[in-house]
Structures are given as structure tokens and as C-alpha cells.
Design a binder for this molecule. Structure first.
Ligand SMILES: CCCCC/C=C\C/C=C\C/C=C\C/C=C\CCCC(=O)SCCNC(=O)CCNC(=O)[C@H](O)C(C)(C)COP(=O)(O)OP(=O)(O)OC[C@H]1O[C@@H](n2cnc3c(N)ncnc32)[C@H](O)[C@@H]1OP(=O)(O)O
Length: 199
């Protein structure tokens, strides 16, 4: 069998925040601090309430351009014995940071995502994420996030169990998803995107 050579020209990603970032403002209609950011649809794998096999990440707006999030590590998320699968954790970071970007009023898709896995994360633990928008340059939005295991008394340990950084790219959802909307499980649920301005 012939194996196609990997085209490394398609590899565009690296995480380096540019020096000449643009001023960053919280969008006037952003979710108020302390409230859950519920913009996405009910079947989203990351945050949807109706997604049977979803992550059920809940993101809460913080002050400025920050957010926090929670996720319970369910038994089905197992990778290594008794531990979360690394890909699940990366999907959770993706969801947390993609939602946090909405605080500046820009709907985004992920361009580049990287994770440092610092400690094993047991099944049945509860994770608490913190995320920050670091800056924006044109359509590029830079974020970082960290995950901690929440203790029985609700306390956080000293160090994070994982950290992540990502570059998201602002899109016009109507344009970006138009071709694929017919494949959505509930195509009618996607009208709410229109309330956000284009990047
Ligand atoms: C699950 C999807 C949800 C998306 C929802 C969106 C809106 C809905 C509203 C609310 C949503 C609520 C919550 C969101 C929650 C979670 C988010 C999950 C997000 C995902 O899970 S989403 C799935 C994975 N994601 C993709 O499916 C993207 C596939 N991809 C593309 O669709 C294109 O690739 C695109 C559009 C990214 C860019 O294409 P394009 O043609 O529009 O723009 P272009 O190429 O010109 O890039 C513009 C500037 O970004 C730089 N740039 C681009 N890519 C780069 C890279 N990788 N590394 C370094 N720099 C990069 C260029 O260098 C240039 O930079 P410069 O300005 O300096 O020239």
C-alpha cells in the first residue's frame, strides 16, 4: 500500500503571542460575571445539556476577560486505567477557551490548541478550569487556561493538573457553517449565533 507523504506545509500552528496586540474590551453584552455562559446549542459535545455522550462543561463568566468552568470526570472518560483520557481533557480545554473568547464578542473556531499534562487525573474527580483571553490581533484571539482538581472541601491544590494555550480565529458563523448546517442534528437551534457581530 502506498502511504501519502505528510504535507508539513499544512502545519501552521505554534503558540506565540505577538507583541503588537490590539486593545481588548469586554463586549457590552457579554454574560455578567458569575453567570453561566450559555450560548451554544443543546447537543454540543462540549457543553450541551442534551448531548448524551457529551462533556457537560459549564463555563461561568468572570471579571474582565476571564472565565471559570467545571467538569466532572465521568467513568466513560477513562483512558489509562482509572484516569481521564488525554483527548477528553483537550476537548474540555477547547470548549472552555472557545466559550471564554465570547466575552469579547467574537465567535471563534480553534486554529491551534496545545496542552501540558502535569498530573494524572482520576475518574470521578471534579475539575475546575480558569481561562483568560490574553489578547487579540485581527481575527486571532489568544487564550490560556489551567485545570485543577477540586478537593472534597471545595479547595484547590497548589498546582494545576494541566495547562493549555490556544489560538482561536474569529469567524462569521453564518458563513463558516452554512455548507454544513444541513448535517446538524437540530439545524433550527443555530439561529442564536446571529446575535454576535462578525470578526
Ligand atoms: C464546535 C464548533 C463551535 C463553533 C461555534 C462558533 C460560533 C458559535 C457561537 C458561539 C459558540 C460558543 C462556544 C464555543 C465553544 C467551543 C469552541 C470549540 C471550537 C472548536 O472546536 S472549532 C473545531 C475545530 N476547528 C476548526 O474546525 C477550524 C478549521 N479551520 C478553518 O476553518 C480555517 O483554517 C480557519 C477559519 C481557522 C482560518 O481560515 P480562514 O481562511 O478564515 O483565515 P486565514 O487562514 O486567513 O487565517 C486568519 C489568521 O489566522 C492565522 N491562522 C489560521 N490558522 C492558524 C493556525 N493553525 N496557526 C497559526 N495561525 C493561524 C492566519 O495566519 C491569519 O493570520 P493573520 O491575520 O496574521 O494573517
Amino acid at each position: 500500500m502506498e502511504v501519502a507523504e505528510l504535507d508539513y506545509r499544512a502545519v501552521r500552528g505554534s503558540f506565540a503571542v505577538p507583541d503588537d496586540l490590539e486593545p481588548l474590551d469586554r463586549h457590552p453584552k457579554a454574560t455578567p460575571p458569575g453567570e453561566a455562559m450559555r450560548y451554544h446549542h443543546a447537543l454540543c459535545y462540549g457543553c450541551g445539556d442534551d448531548a448524551v455522550n457529551g462533556l457537560h462543561v459549564v463555563v461561568t463568566a468572570g471579571d474582565g476577560v476571564t472565565a471559570t468552568a467545571t467538569m466532572r470526570v465521568a467513568p466513560w472518560m477513562e483512558g489509562g486505567p482509572g484516569l481521564i483520557h488525554g483527548g477528553i481533557l483537550s476537548a474540555a480545554f477547547d470548549e472552555v477557551m472557545g466559550t471564554t473568547a465570547l466575552l469579547i464578542g467574537v465567535p471563534v473556531v480553534t486554529g491551534h490548541l496545545e496542552i501540558d499534562y502535569a498530573r494524572p487525573i482520576p475518574i470521578d474527580s471534579s475539575l475546575r478550569f480558569t481561562a483568560d483571553v490574553l489578547g487579540r490581533q485581527r481575527r486571532k484571539v489568544y487564550l490560556s487556561a489551567a485545570a485543577h482538581i477540586v478537593g472534597d472541601a471545595g479547595e484547590l491544590p497548589v498546582g494545576p493538573v494541566a495547562t493549555s494555550r490556544a489560538l482561536f480565529i474569529g469567524i462569521d458563523p453564518r458563513e463558516h457553517f452554512a455548507e454544513h448546517l444541513a448535517n446538524a442534528q437540530r439545524p433550527d437551534e443555530h439561529q442564536r449565533w446571529t446575535k454576535y457581530s462578525s470578526p
